[in-house]
Design a protein around this ligand. Structure first.
Ligand SMILES: [Zn+2]
Length: 60
């Protein structure tokens, strides 16, 4: 039996609240731009900014 390893890369977006500094990692979605305001913070009324976009590789 031939065993093939397949690598897949998933992109993630790291958001950081400008008020409480809470960081949240979520899957990258179309339209995410680095250092742009993305969403409202879930624990305060601050605005989250995209801090970094990175990819993680997984073996399937
Ligand atoms: Zn916050």
């Amino acid at each position: 039996m031939i065993f093939k390893k397949k690598k897949i890369t998933i992109a993630y977006t790291m958001e950081k609240c400008q008020k409480c500094k809470m960081q949240r990692k979520r899957k990258f979605s179309e339209g995410d731009v680095l250092f742009s305001e993305s969403s409202k913070c879930s624990s305060c009324d601050g605005v989250c900014m995209i801090e970094s976009i990175f990819g993680e590789s997984f073996e399937q």
